[in-house]
Design a protein around this ligand. Structure first.
Ligand SMILES: *Cc1c(COP(=O)(O)O)cnc(C)c1O
Length: 234
């Protein structure tokens, strides 16, 4: 973590990004490896949605920001089964539901909660072995059982394209994610309604928005490059 960011450039960058966003798009500021102080600067600039990918790091930071009571916290990293309870306690959204096993575990523990967590199913539109997520075929197979996870609000798809792809391929990937969400809706599951597309990061968010993204997850373009950025580590 680093404390080298100052508030002024953060708010200026947020203002700049905001100007380009259609009203249908929700900006999530991704704060992994970002200090609580920098999170606070983004909050002061009006951001209320924050994303973290590591439970331990997030919990420590949330404790420092406990006075900011109207933040919506989004979990966006791979969630290990033994951290599900903590994730449910500390996050309102889980974008990275990447297996049926994880969904069932979340569903089991969420049954005790007053508010069901909002969940997105993480899908790999093109093969990407290092990443977590459902392959498209696996997702279709799992959907009837996911539809029975009624303690979860499964509201959308999340996707991360493989690193370093050209614009044309990114367009195709994001477009296919959108079409997949429509195809799922047309199937008429009783509980699952795909209204959200969580896609678009610093390098590709304008392309994702053009394809219909409703939630964009921006880190480095707001806070600067992370000290040990590993593009494939998600
Ligand atoms: C780190 C991360 C982001 C933000 O990445 P940037 O390229 O810094 O915008 C978005 N989504 C996920 C899942 C991430 O892990």
């Amino acid at each position: 973590m680093t404390a080298s960011f100052s508030g002024a450039p953060i708010s200026a960058r947020i203002l700049q990004i905001r100007k380009t966003l259609p009203p249908t798009v929700r900006l999530i500021a991704v704060t992994k490896q970002v200090s609580a102080e920098a999170v606070r600067a983004a909050y002061m600039a009006g951001v209320r949605d924050f994303g973290e990918s590591r439970i331990q790091e997030a919990i420590a930071k949330q404790a420092e920001l406990a006075d900011l009571t109207d933040i919506t916290w989004h979990f966006i990293g791979h969630l290990q089964t033994n951290k599900v309870q903590q994730a449910l306690t500390h996050f309102d959204w889980i974008h990275s539901v990447d297996s049926l096993k994880l969904a069932k575990r979340l569903n089991h523990l969420a049954a005790e909660l007053p508010h069901p967590p909002h969940c997105c199913l993480q899908v790999k539109i093109v093969p990407d072995p290092p990443k977590y997520g459902f392959d498209i075929d696996d997702l279709w197979q799992a959907l009837p059982q996911l539809d029975q996870c009624t303690a979860l609000k499964i509201v959308g798809l999340m996707t991360i394209p493989p690193y370093g792809r050209e614009t044309a391929e990114l367009q195709m990937i994001f477009q296919q994610a959108r079409e997949l969400a429509s195809a799922i809706n047309q199937r008429g599951f009783s509980h699952i309604q795909m209204q959200q597309l969580s896609m678009g990061m610093s390098a590709d968010y304008p392309i994702a928005i053009a394809a219909g993204a409703t939630l964009i997850r921006l880190g480095s373009t707001i806070f600067g490059a992370r000290p040990n950025a590993l593009p494939q580590q998600v």
